[in-house]
Design a protein around this ligand. Sequence first.
Ligand SMILES: [Zn+2]
Length: 293
Amino acid sequence: MYIRNILNCLVCNDTDFDLYLENINHTCGILKTLNINEKIDSNIYKCKNCSHLFLSPVLKDELIANYYNDISSEYFNNAPIHSRINEDKNFLNRIQKIKQKGKVLEIGCGNGFFLKLFKDYGYDCTGIEPSPKAFNYAKEYNALNVINGFLEENTFEKESFDIILLMDVIEHLYSPNDIIKLCNNILKAGGILVILTGNINSLNARFWGSKWYYFYSWEHISFFNKTSISKLLNIQNFKILQYNSISHTGGLIYNIIRFSILNPLMYVYNFWIKGKYKHISLTFDHILVIAEK
Ligand SMILES: [Zn+2]
């Protein structure tokens, strides 16, 4: 009723899978938000053809779409905490080395803090964001040109952008192939696509197994590794320029505290240790891929 199984690999469309991890630890409150009171188990499968890993079953499309309208969605939760600002500047610097100016589109821009950074550095910026609340925030507070909705065909002119950003977004998509294809259509020749996502082959992900913090949410459907993200991009004729291992929001210490010690220490960590030693982030369990059309 609430769920559906994934029948085809989200990257290569193959139907032959191995069970990779059982009973994923979803600690998020999505089911509660959607008034679903039953316990639903979900597993991670690995495609035998392209090695892509994905969640199944997943919440039905209309349920997750409803959830993205809710304030508690991860999309909305990206206030400019200190560690995130440093991280965003680091990403901006990497992108600036390839393209110093031009038209930028961020798909799933949330409150717009990352996109605002590009605007401050002189880029011509547009955002697209499904959560109405995040959209309003990006528009009103960050004064950005934002569209409320999902990326669909004909939303933008062909070959009109120099840079497209998909930061913490691709893992949420039920049809990542379609979105990469659309990105290809609306990027100029020589334009770049920037993708940030979790890396299930990282040491941190392997260490935590089914308790890797990245599995916390029903929002995360796809779990990429270097092989599968390359395959996804190559299918749509992108050429990979860079592949970087990144430690993204939450480090090794964060994970240890989160899963082994309870809330009081979490409080100390969040408001003191993390604030003071914001450089402590050693997981390297995300990948930042920059690809060229
Ligand atoms: Zn596959």
